[in-house]
Design a protein around this ligand. Structure first.
Ligand code: FAD
Length: 397
């Protein structure tokens, strides 16, 4: 029977990065994945340029039932450590829209550069692709895992099989099943960083705007994001909506400020004194793209000229603009979600090593764990940090 020191399930961002550290002291490491290629999500991430980390990554940018859990791992493998590693590999990068101050770092070239780096850094480990993971057992000291029907024994088992998002790309819930098999809690999972969908009566005005984008402030359950909002045929998308989707729960209403940078009351009042004869949709077009201005004028039954509007009417309109309540009926689901919220309950894991408290040698890292980051490189930073935490602990065992 094949025996290794460490078996890592999943050759994604977290699994490959963990292999780098776990193999550093000479222990034998085997990484397996059922996909034909490693790290496919890295390949497609960031529109093909991988938003690999965020300058401002900090625990507050993550959602987890225990808000303290990620502190240790994020502090011990930081965005600066990953940036240093890229420099060693000559991978150049840039901050997207630096004027926005969002700290999102992307490769100058294709995301394949990151995959090549991960493969190089983990070259001391063996990598087996197209490998199905079957039954897993544990005799108290060793794990036996069936790989393509053949048993492999390992002292350490690292589960890095990711979440449920994008099943077409090979995402499965196997990590949650393994957690449950070993008695760990698994918190309810739901799609995150996902477009939101709406009922037909809202789609009546939203869908014709498909393709229109504006800068907006979207608030869900008290958390707000100022980023782009995109109208689609099915509802709303764009970074502001994806971010808010992490905080939205079925049945909740989100609030959209359609003009966060400009006070609509002041702007419309000024417009009234200069161009009072303008029709309402033309007046709104000073704040919004013309198509959206027309749609809003129709939605809110705005009639007549701007000069016909009292201060109160303009104030009411401004209130609508700055706090438009919208009730999504759902999300586009795992088909398009970038991440999975919930997952392996961190109560059962050591925050320093990612090892389970109940089964020695069993680790969970990356997205399978109940830690979900904002949009903007935070999820990869969690993959790197949690992988480094587990890999280093394994190398020291
Ligand atoms: P994954 O990368 O999903 O890796 C899990 C691996 O396990 C996969 O290779 C999978 O094939 C394998 N696996 C699953 N089930 C099995 C099984 N049953 N048997 C064997 N192997 C199995 N995050 C960012 O920070 N920046 C971005 O720019 C970004 N862009 C994204 C774009 C898209 C379209 C998507 C979907 C996600 C994006 N993310 C981004 C999120 C990021 O990709 C994930 O958070 C990250 O990949 C999680 O790493 P992981 O290693 O835990 O899981």
């Amino acid at each position: 029977m094949t025996q290794v020191d460490t078996l890592i399930l999943g050759a994604g961002a977290a699994g490959l990065f963990c292999a780098k550290f776990a193999a550093a002291t000479g222990g034998s490491v085997l990484v397996v994945d059922h996909a034909k290629r490693p790290a496919d999500k890295v390949r497609i991430s960031g529109g093909g340029r991988c938003n690999f980390t965020n300058l401002y990554a900090a625990p507050d940018n993550y959602i987890c039932r225990n808000p303290h859990f990620m502190k240790s791992a994020l502090a011990r493998y930081t965005q600066w450590d990953f940036i240093d590693l890229l420099a060693q590999h000559g991978i150049t990068w840039h901050e997207k829209n630096p004027e926005k101050g969002l700290g999102q770092l992307f490769c100058d070239s294709k995301s394949a550069a990151i995959i090549d780096m991960l493969l190089h850094e983990s070259r001391a480990a063996d990598l087996r692709l197209s490998t199905e993971v079957g039954e897993i057992s544990h005799d108290g000291t060793r794990f036996t895992v069936s790989l393509n029907g053949q048993p492999v024994q390992a002292r350490n088992l690292v589960v890095a099989t990711g979440g449920k998002s994008i099943p077409k790309m090979g995402a499965t819930g196997i990590g949650y099943q393994i957690a449950a098999q070993f008695g760990l809690g698994v918190l309810d999972t739901r799609p995150g960083l996902v477009p939101l969908t709406f009922a037909p009566h809202e789609l009546e005005w939203i869908a014709p705007l498909a393709g229109t984008a504006i800068e907006a402030r979207v608030t869900a359950n008290g958390t707000s994001f100022d980023e782009a909002l995109l109208f689609t045929h099915r509802g709303l998308s764009g970074p502001a909506i994806l971010q808010a989707s992490n905080y939205w729960r079925e049945g909740d209403t989100i609030t959209v400020d359609l003009s966060p940078a400009q006070n609509a009351f002041e702007a419309l009042k000024a417009e009234r004194s200069h161009n009072g004869r303008r029709q309402m949709h033309t007046a709104l077009a000073t704040l919004f793209p013309a198509k959206l201005a027309t749609a809003l004028a129709e939605k809110w039954h705005l009639r007549g000229n701007l000069a016909d509007q009292s201060d109160k009417a303009i104030q009411d309109l401004a209130n609508h603009i700055h706090a438009l309540p919208l009730k999504p009926t759902g999300s586009e689901g795992y088909r398009t979600a970038e991440v999975t919220l919930g997952g392996v309950d961190t109560d059962g894991l050591s925050s320093k090593t990612m090892e389970t408290k109940s089964v020695s040698g069993l680790y969970f890292i990356g997205e399978v764990v109940d830690v979900t980051g904002w949009l903007g490189g935070y999820n990869f930073q969690w993959a790197w940090a949690s992988a480094a935490a587990a890999g280093r602990a394994i190398a020291e065992r």
